[in-house]
Design a protein around this ligand. Structure first.
Ligand SMILES: Cc1cc2nc3c(=O)[nH]c(=O)nc-3n(C[C@H](O)[C@H](O)[C@H](O)COP(=O)(O)OP(=O)(O)OC[C@H]3O[C@@H](n4cnc5c(N)ncnc54)[C@H](O)[C@@H]3O)c2cc1C
Length: 339
């Protein structure tokens, strides 16, 4: 049964079909509704139980304005830091985000699930339709063009199908598209506690085998995100942490489809811009979709980004204290790097 209370078999046909209601899928849904396109968002029956605090790069502010949620997100944020402390084994200091003629750039500290709820409400308010689904996903094709999705025997038709399923990359899996990998296996974990000695600014500490990021979320709550470089294979079924190994999909768009957010391109949270990437890809995939061969432009745009940001973060990680564990030169490869 669907949320409408009856079984819909092959009845739903829409302009844009989005699978996944994380940050990337919701950003796409808001953008499509702003353009007046019919939009259906497929969401799982159960919501992720895990929740964590995130720090967002100041660059997201202009994206929140484009989505029409900048005021609401400012109210949601615990604080708007102007930078963070960064320490390595041989010292450290304060990293200021930056300044321009309008003042100092400010990031956002907030709860990721609260941000998702806000974007969901916005998309719903603009008229996006949300439906719950479960089961194996298949993308039917006609003359080389993806024509929506078949999920557990039901056909959901869409002129454009957006895969925003995050780490699962369901469309990539079904279409047998090949991810390129750019890091050793990386796993992230989160912990929260009450602290009588809260840090005023986030603190980023790099160690030879990973990093740790401490955030104060107000009212004495303290949240820690850690990332470890691991030699072990990460099994998503044994949830001891999130797989945050770098990966990127060269064929992240094609006739009738596009992948957005982590399902297209992921760096570990040390990049500090996963949410920014998810929003920007969500918007860009829609903006380019009405251009002739827009999917080619989107592919190129994601590729440029993956190569630039991958090389920039790799050059930081190849310095002390990570250098022993990190590959000497950065490249995206179809073999998972291990050491
Ligand atoms: C521990 C950790 C800390 C982080 N910290 C930061 C930070 O401080 N700053 C920052 O900018 N970024 C951070 N990130 C990265 C950021 O959270 C992600 O890049 C971003 O949330 C990706 O959004 P997404 O929508 O692409 O994917 P997701 O958030 O993974 O969303 C995918 C959605 O698709 C749904 N889905 C999957 N399969 C199906 C299906 N078959 N049918 C329907 N729905 C489906 C899932 O339930 C999920 O809701 C962090 C990530 C982790 C793991």
């Amino acid at each position: 049964m669907d949320v409408l209370g009856f079984d819909l078999v092959c009845l739903m046909k829409t302009d844009v079909l989005i699978v996944g209601d994380g940050i990337a899928g919701l950003s796409s849904a808001i953008t499509t509704r702003q353009k007046g396109l019919e939009t259906v968002v497929l969401q799982p029956y159960s919501r992720p139980k895990d929740t964590f605090q995130v720090m967002l790069h100041p660059g997201v502010e202009s994206l929140f304005k484009m989505l029409g949620v900048d005021q609401e997100v400012s109210c949601l944020a615990h604080s708007r830091p102007d930078g963070y402390w960064q320490y390595s084994t041989d010292g450290g200091g304060f990293v200021l985000y930056g300044q321009d003629t309008e003042g100092t750039w400010l990031g956002y500290l907030l709860n990721l699930r609260d941000l998702e709820a806000l974007l969901r409400a916005k998309a719903l308010g603009l008229g996006a339709i949300f439906m719950k689904t479960a089961g194996p996903v298949h993308a039917p094709m006609e003359y080389g063009t993806v024509k929506g999705l078949e999920i557990a025997g039901k056909h959901w038709g869409g002129d454009l199908t957006i895969d925003a399923s995050g780490g699962r990359g369901i469309l990539a899996r079904d279409l047998c598209l090949k991810y390129l990998f750019g890091s050793p296996p990386l796993v992230a974990t989160c912990a929260s506690k009450t602290s009588s000695n809260p840090v005023s600014h986030p603190v980023f500490r790099m160690k030879p085998d990973g990093w740790r990021f401490d955030i104060c979320t107000g009212q004495g709550q303290h949240s820690t995100i850690s990332m470890a470089i691991t030699a072990q294979k990460i099994n998503p079924k044994h949830k001891s942490g999130w797989d945050v190994s770098w990966r990127y999909l060269p064929e992240c768009a094609g006739p009738g489809y596009a992948l957005v957010g982590d399902s297209a391109f992921r760096l570990d949270p040390g990049s500090g811009s996963g949410v920014l990437r998810a929003i920007m890809m969500g918007i860009k995939a829609i903006e380019l979709s009405d251009k002739p061969y827009g999917w080619r432009l989107y592919r190129q745009w994601v590729s440029d980004w993956a190569h630039t940001d991958g090389a920039a973060l790799a050059s930081i990680y190849s310095e002390k204290p990570f250098n022993a564990a990190w590959p000497k030169s950065h490249r995206w490869s179809d073999v998972k790097l291990s050491f």
